[in-house]
Design a protein around this ligand. Structure first.
Ligand SMILES: [Zn+2]
Ligand SMILES: [Zn+2]
Length: 339
């Protein structure tokens, strides 16, 4: 089958003879229509780990939507022709974490979607039906949105509180929309790419600050904001984590959402954190949030045109991975087969 395959660091090719994944008895064969490009795909391309370590060769992508074209003999919930999205994170169900309600922390977890390919064969427990009116293009946002929902759950924001989002890429964009929907009072976006200012303000940001030119804490004070109650870091860099911890007000909760490099170390001003009595959390993947993501997309609660920056073809993907040309400005979605 056709697939965009990573053979090693910075070695990616569109191939037409990648082996199709086998269809297990409990699995669903999905013809992929759209697959979103994730920050972790860039990490894998650069030779780093994704959500888990990488083994080559591997088809990239895990944010897929498509149509069922075959089912294994034990599959009960899906039929040929069903429109679906897939949670790429499989968990075993029998380890300590699974048995204690933390399936996303499963010791035996694995990725079951390599979505930059014509076909994927995930187990049926990872597959989700889509409502007819939700386009497969928009449904490719289910996975990142499900991850963002978990991050916002961990933020434990109360309506009216001030939230600061550090980093306004595709994830920051979705998180802004979730915080706005959840009743955030003031929303501060910290982002160095000026072209993103108007989108952030249109989506409900109260204040857009550029960390290169603004004195962040002073600008927040000048805007009459006494305390940043919740901070969510969406850059995955030591500097974005540092900014998040720095702008956090007293008693704030800080969620480090961005995927950092495996060897990156974030400096923590221990005394300042002590005085502010910070709650610092990290967020990993998407435990049981996919149905909520589908519901938000289906109900039109997420502006998908504002989140998706560019649709590209599989052939465009190698150069996008090298340059990040379109990803710089928004979510890139690869069209494998038009709906
Ligand atoms: Zn992702
Ligand atoms: Zn498990």
């Amino acid at each position: 089958m056709k697939a965009v395959v990573l053979y090693g660091p910075r070695d990616v090719k569109v191939t037409h003879d990648f082996p199709e994944p086998p269809l297990a008895d409990n699995a669903v064969k999905v013809a992929v229509s759209y697959c979103g490009l994730c920050g972790t795909d860039f990490h894998k391309y650069q030779g780093k780990a994704g959500s888990r370590p990488v083994t080559y060769p591997v088809a990239l992508g895990h944010e897929a939507s498509g149509t069922v074209v075959a089912i294994g003999k034990d599959v009960t919930d899906f039929r040929i022709g069903d429109r679906v999205t897939v949670d790429p994170n499989w968990s075993c169900g029998h380890c300590y974490y699974c048995k204690n309600g933390k399936r996303h922390l499963c010791e035996n977890s694995k990725g079951v979607v390599k979505g930059m390919a014509e076909y994927i064969c995930p187990p049926q427990e990872n597959v989700y039906h889509l409502p007819d009116h939700l386009s497969l293009r928009d449904a490719s946002l289910c996975e990142p949105l499900a991850c963002c929902l978990h991050g916002v759950d961990l933020l434990e924001m109360r309506p009216g509180e001030t939230v600061c989002i550090v980093g306004f890429g595709a994830i920051g964009n979705l998180i802004l929309q979730l915080c706005r929907n959840a009743g955030a009072g003031k929303i501060i976006v910290v982002e160095p790419v000026e072209e993103k200012r108007s989108t952030a303000m249109q989506l409900g940001a109260s204040l857009f600050l550029n960390p290169k030119t603004d004195n962040l804490k002073q600008a927040i004070r000048d805007a009459g904001i006494p305390c940043v109650d919740r901070v969510i870091e969406c850059g995955g860099l030591p500097i974005t984590a540092e900014i998040a911890l720095d702008v956090a007000g007293r008693g704030a909760t800080v969620v480090l959402f961005g995927v950092g490099a495996p060897d990156a170390i974030v400096p923590l001003k221990q005394y300042e954190a002590f005085q502010k009595e910070l709650v610092i959390k990290t967020s990993y993947i998407n435990p049981c949030t996919t149905d909520r993501a589908i519901s938000l997309l289906a109900e039109g609660k997420i502006n998908t045109d504002a989140a998706i920056g560019k649709l590209i073809s599989p052939e465009d993907l190698p150069s996008e991975l090298e340059t990040g040309r379109y990803s710089r400005l928004g979510k890139v979605v690869v069209c494998i087969k038009e709906e």
